[in-house]
Design a protein around this ligand. Sequence first.
Ligand code: ATP
Ligand code: MG
Length: 429
Amino acid sequence: MLWLAFGPSHAMENQVLVIRIRIPNRGAVDWTVNSGPQLLFRDVLDVIGQVLPEATTTAFEYEDEDGDRITVRSDEEMKAMLSYYYSTVMEQQVNGQLIEPLQIFPRACKPPGERNIHGLKVNTRAGPSQHSSPAVSEVLPSNSLKKSSAELKKILANGQMNEQDIRYRDTLGHGNGGTVYKAYHVPSGKILAVKVILLDITLELQKQIMSELEILYKCDSSYIIGFYGAFFVENRISICTEFMDGGSLDVYRKIPEHVLGRIAVAVVKGLTYLWSLKILHRDVKPSNMLVNTRGQVKLCDFGVSTQLVNSIAKTYVGTNAYMAPERISGEQYGIHSDVWSLGISFMEPLQLLQCIVDEDSPVLPVGEFSEPFVHFITQCMRKQPKERPAPEELMGHPFIVQFNDGNAAVVSMWVCRALEERRSQQGAP
Ligand code: ATP
Ligand code: MG
């Protein structure tokens, strides 16, 4: 099974999985599974059937980090749920927190009968293999265990961010104008990424930047980095965003095409979302594509505030290798220019490999990459802006269509493995 071959952590494969089955208005039943990653959708339905014998359950739901309910109806969706859950476990382990059970909510069921709720003992049928013989261990009250992350997001997004509540930890990186820190937000207990930029500007311009950043509160896409707030202290602005534990794409080498494909899908969706809000990214490049161990890919550092972009540009030189030719020659910037940068960002791994294969050769390594991938990049990098694919053409391109399957597990496994490798190279335990 894929999971066993590429699980995010070998330790996790052997970890006991506790699934907390929530029963409407009544509480919950904990089910201990000895080998979670191999669990099938059918096994879970079987157990739900025994916990709620009078109900007809055809699916169940779990909650993502925003408190949104995600439905599970197949083994594929089970895999995505488990991958998401194991990444939260990893996060909890890293932060030294208690490991929470995986909570699921049976769906489309008639209300269960009175019986079998207190002092419940369920004898489950033996599943298709020994790992799925569950043991119901306890009954819990129905009150929520912790503040939902959706609530947390609201609190964070209420403009209540300030310097006093933030404890700066590691430096995540320096860019052309700012430094990004991993930080701890004391009131919420949440880890953030805070970008600090020195700007010697008037109070008036500071206000203008703050109001231009307002639109970030409205950005609500799983392909765009979450924004928690911004504030000025003296001559520096701090911009607080969601922390992505996989970091940016520029530090990953040799990304296999089936992973790169899924990343490209997320980037195209993120850009399409921004364009739909009439926002041009203006700085598409691998260091502004962030990944996490949940397999999510999100865009950051897009130019919502003209004033911020201008203020930074006054201090720092603003050209880079990802910029479209028309931008370098000072012509008009448009969606097409973002598309160029998208193409060149994904061309980089090709080039890296090409250098390894043959330093002088200007052609792409034959047979190394699929024809749709090479075509996608070539189209994005047409010299004439108008010849590059428009947003809907990007989404319909065979390379994007091929990998548009919502399989976050592929990216999640790859990020987890790369992080593990990095850790072991650095000699960490
Ligand atoms: P530039 O300033 O030219 O855009 P850059 O993108 O490399 O270059 P920064 O935006 O300052 O520079 O980011 C520095 C580094 O911090 C990034 O390369 C990335 O690895 C890391 N980083 C940025 N935002 C986050 C985040 N939200 N979560 C985790 N790491 C981040
Ligand atoms: Mg950046």
